[in-house]
Write a protein that binds this ligand. Structure first.
Ligand SMILES: [Zn+2]
Length: 408
C-alpha cells in the first residue's frame, strides 16, 4: 500500500519517498513509478490527479491501482532505479484549485441535499468547469439564489473540515450523504452541522478557504438538473473576465455599468425593429423589381420570359425577388447573382409541366461547375464559376423560348 501523505496533510507541497517499482508507460517518453509514500493525489471521485515533479522530472498523471499509487513521469528508463530516494514537488496552484472546487462541491451538495432534498448523483471537476448532477430539478432562479446564499454562509462561517478513516462497521451506523463505494479504509469528511460523506479527495481544513461558491449555469439533465459552478480562484477569474467584458461593452456604448443592461435591451429592440423594416423594404423592392423585369420581358404565347444575371445583387435580395416571382402567373423567371458565388433560381409559373426547370438545370449547370435541384416548377442551386452563369442562364432562356415557340 502507498502511504497517502495528502490525507495526513493536504497542504504538503513537497515530500521525500523511495521508489518501490518501475514500469514502462503507454507513452514512450514516460515511465511509471510506484513509491512507498506520496503527496500526489491520484485521479478519483471526480477530482483530477495532481501534477508536479519527481527529481525535477515532470509528473503528468497519477492513478490508483488497488492500494498502490502510480506516478507517470516524463523520463527515460535509465533515469530512476528501484530503491532511489526521490524528491517530489506538487503543482500547488493546481492542487489548491482542486481543493477549493472539491470542498465547494461538498458544501453545495449538502445545501441541495437539505433543505431542497436533491441528491448529488454526479460530480465532475474539469479544467474549466465544475458540475454536480442532482436527481431533482431544475430549480427556479430564486431557489438557486437561496442555495447559493446558504452555501456561502457555510463558507463565511469558516467551519473546520474534519476527516477520519473508519471501519466498515463504524460507518454503517452513521447518517452519510454519500455512502462509500469501497469497504476498506473508508474516509469520511465532515463539515459540522452541514455535511458528512465518504470521500477520498483533498479538501482545505476550513470552509473559509473555498472563498466563494457561485452557480453559473443550471440545465435539465437526466430527469434532474446539472449545475455548473465556480469556487475560489475560479470564481474570481470569472468575475474579472465578466467585469472586463462589461467595462469594454459599456465603454463601446458610451454608458456606465449601471446603464449597460438597459442600453443593450434598447439596442436589441431597435435591432428587431430595423430587421422588420428591412424585410418590408426588401419585399417592396422585390415587387417593384419584379414588375420592372416583367415589363421588359419577351412574351411568347402569353408567357413572359425573364432572365436576369446581376453582378451586384446579394443572395438575400435574390431570394426576395424569387419569392415575389412565385406570386406572378404565366411567366418563366431565370434569376442569377454572382456577387459572392454564382447562385440562381429558375421558376416556371405556367401550366406547362413539360417545361421542366430541373431538366433544364441539369443540362446547363456544367457552365458554373455547380450543383442544384428541384422540380418542373422550380429549381435552384449554385456553383463555383461566376463567369459561366450568364452563359448558363442564356442557354436555358434559349431552350425555354424554343419550347414555348414550338407550343404555338
Ligand atoms: Zn470530497
Amino acid at each position: 500500500m502507498t502511504t497517502k501523505l495528502y490525507w495526513q496533510d493536504p497542504y504538503q507541497k513537497e515530500f521525500q519517498a523511495h521508489i518501490k517499482k518501475i514500469r514502462p508507460s503507454k507513452s514512450a517518453d514516460s515511465v511509471e513509478l510506484l513509491l512507498d509514500q506520496t503527496a500526489f493525489y491520484p485521479e478519483g471521485g471526480g477530482q483530477p490527479s495532481d501534477q508536479g515533479s519527481l527529481n525535477q522530472c515532470p509528473v503528468t498523471y497519477v492513478y490508483s491501482e488497488d492500494t498502490f499509487t502510480w506516478h507517470v513521469v516524463t523520463a527515460t528508463t535509465n533515469t530512476f532505479s528501484v530503491g532511489d530516494q526521490v524528491f517530489g514537488v506538487l503543482d500547488w496552484q493546481r492542487r489548491f484549485d482542486h481543493m477549493q472546487q472539491h470542498l465547494g462541491q461538498h458544501i453545495l451538495s449538502s445545501v441541495f441535499d437539505h433543505p431542497f432534498e436533491a441528491h448529488t448523483i454526479g460530480f465532475h471537476l474539469g479544467e474549466r468547469n465544475v458540475t454536480i448532477d442532482l436527481d431533482k430539478g431544475p430549480f427556479t432562479q430564486d431557489e438557486l439564489d437561496k442555495a447559493e446564499k446558504m452555501a456561502n454562509a457555510i463558507v463565511f462561517d469558516n467551519r473546520p473540515v474534519q476527516s477520519m478513516v473508519v471501519t466498515d462497521d463504524a460507518y454503517q451506523a452513521m447518517d452519510l450523504r454519500k455512502t462509500p463505494a469501497i469497504t476498506d479504509e473508508i474516509r469520511l469528511v465532515e463539515i459540522p452541522d452541514a455535511d458528512l460523506c465518504a470521500c477520498s479527495g483533498t479538501h482545505p481544513l476550513a470552509t473559509g478557504e473555498v472563498g466563494l461558491v457561485k452557480i453559473i449555469k443550471s440545465e435539465t439533465y437526466k430527469g434532474g438538473c446539472r449545475l455548473t459552478f465556480l469556487c475560489g480562484g475560479r470564481a474570481l477569474e470569472a468575475f474579472q473576465q465578466i467585469q472586463l467584458q462589461a467595462q469594454q461593452s459599456a465603454a463601446g456604448l458610451s454608458v456606465g455599468w449601471p446603464e449597460l443592461f438597459e442600453t443593450v435591451n434598447g439596442l436589441i429592440n431597435e435591432s428587431k425593429q430595423l430587421s422588420k423594416e428591412n424585410k418590408e423594404v426588401h419585399q417592396l423592392w422585390s415587387y417593384l423589381e419584379r414588375d420592372h423585369l416583367l415589363s421588359e420581358a419577351t412574351v411568347i404565347n402569353g408567357v413572359s420570359v425573364v432572365m436576369m444575371c446581376d453582378d451586384n445583387m446579394d443572395y438575400k435580395r435574390l431570394t426576395f425577388l424569387a419569392n415575389s416571382f412565385r406570386e406572378a402567373s404565366n411567366c418563366v423567371a431565370l434569376l442569377g447573382v454572382t456577387s459572392q458565388s454564382p447562385r440562381f433560381v429558375l421558376l416556371n409559373n405556367t401550366q406547362l409541366s413539360s417545361l421542366s426547370m430541373q431538366n433544364l438545370l441539369k443540362e446547363s449547370i456544367h457552365h458554373i461547375d455547380g450543383k442544384g435541384g428541384g422540380n418542373a416548377a422550380s429549381a435552384q442551386g449554385g456553383g463555383t464559376r461566376s463567369e459561366g452563369l450568364e452563359t448558363m442562364l442564356s442557354e436555358i432562356q434559349a431552350a425555354v423560348v424554343a419550347m414555348l415557340t414550338q407550343n404555338l
